[in-house]
Design a protein around this ligand. Structure first.
Ligand code: GLC
Length: 445
C-alpha cells in the first residue's frame, strides 16, 4: 500500500466501525465502546475530522460513574460479546449511572491525551471552549484514580484487574494471577484436559480467531472469576483495596496517568482552573514516583505487587513504557534502551514485541505474549520522542507503518515477520497508522 492507499484504507476501516458518534474496535470481536480504543481512534480521526474526534470522547464520557471512574467498556445493545453486561452487572454499584451499562473498572487513562491532541487541531478560542467543556469530567476522573485507588498516597495507583491494564494476558500479570489468585476450582480445572476442552468449545472469540492467538481458557476463566470477586464487593474501591487478591501498581496505567496529569495541569492553567487536591499533589510529584518501581540490578521497571510489597520480576514491554510517562533521568533511559536493543529481548524486526524473545511466555502470535500492537507502539513512539531517542522513535514509526502497509489494519502482528494476527479491520490500528503517517504528510479530510 502506498500512502494514498493506506489513508483510504484507514478511513474505510474507521467508517466501517463508526456506529454513529462512537466507534467499536472491530465488528467480529468487540461490538461495544472501549475506553482507550476510542481515545486512540480520536487521535487518528482528528487528523481529518476534528468534530467526529470530539464526538468520540463525548460519547465515551457518557459512561462516567458518579465517583468519577470512567469504565473501560460502555456497552451497546449487541449480545455477542463474551464478557458482557450480564457478567459485570454494573448496577450493583450505587455509583453506576442509571441509563448506561458498563464494566466496573477502568483502562489506561488516555482520555486527557486525546483531548489535548484534539485541542492541538483547534483554533485558540475553540480549543479553550473544548477544554472548558472537558475539564470537569477529566478532573473527576483523575481525582478518582488518586483518591480511591491510592489509599496509601504513594503517588502510584493500584490496578485490580488485568483487563484494566489494556494488556490482558501480559506475562507480568499472568505470573501473579497464577501465583496467588487462582481459585481452588480453577486449580483443579487446570488439571482436567477434558473439562478445559469442553469450556473451549463454548468460547466465542476462538470461533473468530484461532485459539492459539488468544489467551488460554484457564486465564480467561480466571479473568471471569476476578470480575465476580469485584462484583461481589459492588465495585466499592475501599473494600476492594482491603480484600481483593490482585492489587498491582501497574506500569502502563501509572505511566499513562502521570503524563495525563501533567497534561491536565496544563489545561487547568490555560482555562484558569485549580486541580482537585489529590491530582494537584500528583502533578507536583510527576514521574519521580516511578523510582519505586525501578529494579537496579535488572536495569528496568517492574510492576509492584502491593500484597507482598515486592516487584514482579517478569519482563515484558510494559517495563519500557515508563518512557511515555515523562522525561526520565538519562541513566534510566539508557538502561531501558539496552533492553530495547538486546537481540535476545526486544530487538525484533517489527517492534515492539509484547514479551521478550528469551521469555518462556514468548509466542509471536499469542495476544499480549509476543505480538506487536499499534497501541503500545504509539505510546513508545511518543515516549522515545519525549526522551530524546529520535532514532528509536523513527525506526519504530517506520516499522509500524510497514506492518500496516503490508498487511492491513489488524489487531496485532508478529514482531518477527510482521504477519497479522487477531481480528481484521481494527479501528485503533487504522487511526494510529494515520497519526503516524501525519508526522510526515498532511491527511486531508
Ligand atoms: C483487548 C485488548 C484491549 C482492547 C480491547 C478492545 O481486550 O487487550 O487493550 O482495549 O481488546 O480492542
Amino acid at each position: 500500500m502506498d500512502d494514498d492507499a493506506l489513508i483510504a484504507e484507514a478511513k474505510r476501516v474507521l467508517k466501517l466501525n463508526d456506529l454513529g458518534g462512537w466507534t467499536r474496535p472491530t465488528a467480529t470481536l468487540y461490538p461495544h465502546q472501549w475506553l482507550w480504543d476510542s481515545c486512540f481512534t480520536a487521535i487518528g480521526l482528528r487528523q481529518y475530522d476534528v468534530r467526529r474526534a470530539q464526538q468520540e470522547i463525548r460519547t465515551l464520557l457518557e459512561g462516567q460513574w458518579k465517583n468519577g471512574m470512567v469504565p473501560f467498556i460502555r456497552f451497546s445493545d449487541a449480545t455477542t460479546y463474551h464478557a458482557g453486561p450480564e457478567l459485570w452487572r454494573s448496577d450493583v454499584s450505587p455509583d453506576c449511572p442509571p441509563d448506561v451499562r458498563t464494566t466496573g473498572v477502568s483502562q489506561p487513562p488516555m482520555i486527557t491525551e486525546a483531548v489535548v491532541q484534539i485541542g492541538a487541531k483547534l483554533a485558540p478560542a475553540k480549543r479553550l471552549a473544548w477544554y472548558r467543556e472537558m475539564y470537569p469530567a477529566l478532573a473527576r476522573y483523575h481525582e478518582w484514580w488518586y483518591r480511591d485507588r491510592d489509599l496509601e498516597r504513594s503517588g502510584l495507583v493500584t490496578v485490580v484487574h488485568s483487563w484494566e491494564t489494556g494488556l490482558d494476558n501480559n506475562p507480568a500479570w499472568m505470573e501473579i494471577l497464577h501465583r496467588h489468585a487462582l481459585s481452588p476450582k480453577l486449580r483443579t480445572l487446570d488439571k482436567s484436559k477434558t473439562l478445559i476442552k469442553l469450556l473451549e468449545m463454548r468460547r466465542r472469540d476462538t470461533s473468530v480467531v484461532p485459539a492459539k492467538q488468544r489467551m488460554s481458557t484457564l486465564d480467561l476463566m480466571a479473568f471471569y472469576d476476578q470480575v465476580r470477586s469485584l462484583r461481589r464487593m459492588r465495585y466499592d474501591d475501599a473494600r476492594i483495596m482491603r480484600r481483593h487478591k490482585l492489587l498491582i501498581k501497574d506500569l502502563v496505567i501509572n505511566s499513562v496517568l502521570i503524563h495525563a496529569t501533567h497534561l491536565l495541569g496544563g489545561i487547568a492553567d490555560e482555562i484558569g482552573e485549580k486541580l482537585p487536591p489529590h491530582t494537584a499533589q500528583a502533578r507536583t510529584r510527576g514521574a519521580d514516583v516511578l523510582e519505586r518501581l525501578w529494579h537496579e540490578e535488572d536495569g528496568v521497571y517492574y510492576n509492584l505487587d502491593t500484597r507482598t510489597g515486592q516487584l514482579v520480576r517478569v519482563l515484558c514491554h510494559a517495563s519500557i513504557i515508563p518512557l511515555y510517562a515523562g522525561t526520565l533521568p538519562e541513566a534510566r533511559v539508557q538502561a531501558l534502551l539496552r533492553h530495547v536493543h538486546d537481540p535476545e529481548e526486544f530487538a525484533t524486526p517489527y517492534p515492539m514485541a509484547s514479551a521478550p524473545l528469551n521469555s518462556s511466555y514468548f509466542n509471536p502470535q499469542r495476544y499480549w505474549q509476543g505480538p506487536s500492537w499499534m497501541m503500545t507502539n504509539w505510546l513508545l513512539w511518543q515516549g522515545y520522542l519525549r526522551n530524546g531517542c529520535d532514532e528509536e522513535a523513527e525506526t519504530l514509526r517506520r516499522a509500524s507503518l510497514r506492518m500496516i502497509r503490508d498487511n492491513g489494519m489488524h489487531e496485532y502482528y508478529s514482531p518477527i515477520d510482521g504477519k497479522p494476527a487477531g481480528a481484521p479491520d481494527f479501528a485503533f490500528s487504522a487511526a494510529l497508522a494515520l497519526d503516524m503517517l501525519a508526522a510526515e504528510r498532511r491527511i486531508a479530510s
